[in-house]
Design a binder for this molecule. Structure first.
Ligand code: GAL
Length: 373
């Protein structure tokens, strides 16, 4: 299986858009290693749209823009691999990419071979400029087959934004992750809308193919290509915790070379990442929702549970979770030994409910070990 747990890495789009280069990708790969992101699990370095020439070369192949990538893609891929990382690129199932570069429609097999020749390990595959007559589901199946035909393991990251009710068919089409939402922007409203839109779709994510809630905006603070407004650290905490609770791939979208200490620590938070990467890969369920207060819970391996308390309101408040809604009865003889996964603080034993006080747009995530009392 190409990916058992949600893929993790860095993608150029959120911050850099078309403003990408060999230098940026090498420096970002260096930073992933030097700043400990690789050790935390982030191993894909992905170049998004705008990397190619505006037209195919004389042999009908995609060609890198020489101004942005003067040494070519194979050399860059070799560099990324030399750091122990994996190399990702981007194309589109339509005739042009979303930013109007050549797309892979009816060039799927030759393009897949080009990517394989360059040592690509991950292909993000978008949905713009798809001819009316073409069936999107078939186009994803086709690129999946073309990638397999190369004989190289290339992860297929489908990006059709959840249209055409893609949840039920993306796994069978061969995707390993699939964008189940529209594009994120760097503000809390966008984070909240994306997260809540997934609640009834989380059942489609499981080992091998995960709902992708889009690249992270943690650490952007309003700068860059999708930096519309920016968030504070509490909002980024909720964003990252939601993506972890909901098993989304974790693709960093900020400039990691200049990241603040708070954002770097959040993105490397072992407790939250351990929930995202939990081998049971079970979806979260809504344990409680009252107005703008949400408690999401999920089963983890080894008799553990995660409960995430999210205050999406504008004012501080207590977010409730009755543990009977997670499954625990008072006469069961069991209780939860809770730890705050963000701070590591041991919280004691709980049998009935938890109701942490949480600031506006902030969250707390507890891990509960089921113990006999
Ligand atoms: C969008 C996609 C974005 C980004 C962009 C590039 O369709 O959702 O994540 O890849 O295209 O043009």
């Amino acid at each position: 299986m190409l990916t058992y747990t949600p893929p993790m890495g860095w993608n150029s789009w959120n911050t850099f858009g078309a403003n990408i280069s060999d230098k940026l990708v090498r420096e970002s790969a260096d930073a992933l290693v030097d700043l400990g992101f690789k050790d935390a699990g982030y191993n894909y370095v992905v170049i998004d749209d705008c990397w190619s020439k505006l037209e195919r070369d004389e042999n009908g192949r995609l060609a890198a823009d020489e101004k942005k990538f003067p040494y070519g893609m194979k050399a860059l891929s070799d560099y990324v691999h030399s750091k122990g990382l994996k190399f990702g690129m981007y194309s589109c199932c339509g005739v042009r990419t979303c930013a109007n570069y050549p797309g892979s429609f009816e060039h799927e097999f030759v393009d897949a071979q080009t990517f394989a020749d360059w040592g690509v390990d991950f292909l993000k595959y978008d949905f713009c400029y798809k001819p009316e007559r073409a069936n999107g589901e078939v186009l994803y199946r086709r690129m999946s087959m073309a990638l397999r035909a190369t004989g190289r393991d290339i992860l297929l990251s489908a990006c059709n934004w959840g249209v055409d009710n893609s949840g039920p068919w993306m796994r069978s089409a061969g995707a390993n992750m699939y964008r189940s939402t529209g594009d994120i922007v760097d503000n809390f409203q966008s984070i909240k809308d994306i997260a809540l839109s997934q609640v009834d779709k989380l059942c489609y994510g499981a080992p091998g193919c995960f709902n992708d809630m889009d690249m992270l905006v943690v650490g952007m603070y309003g700068k860059g290509n999708v930096g519309l407004g920016g968030c504070n650290d509490a909002e980024y905490r909720s964003h990252f915790a939601l993506w972890c609770m909901f098993n989304s791939p974790l693709m960093i979208g900020c400039d990691i070379r200049t990241l603040t200490r708070e954002s770097a620590e959040l993105l490397k938070n072992k407790g939250l990442i351990s929930i995202n990467q939990n081998l049971d890969c079970r979806p979260s369920f809504v344990a409680n929702s009252v107005d703008q207060h949400y408690a999401f819970a999920r089963q983890l391996s080894n008799n553990e549970y995660a409960v995430g308390f999210f205050n999406m309101d504008e004012t501080e408040g207590e977010v409730y979770c009755l543990l009977s809604d997670v499954g625990l009865t008072q006469d069961s003889g069991y209780a939860f030994e809770m730890t705050d996964v963000v701070t590591g603080e041991q919280l004691g034993t709980f049998r009935e409910f938890c109701h942490p006080k949480i600031g506006a747009h902030d969250c707390k995530v507890y891990k509960g070990k089921l113990v006999k009392i």
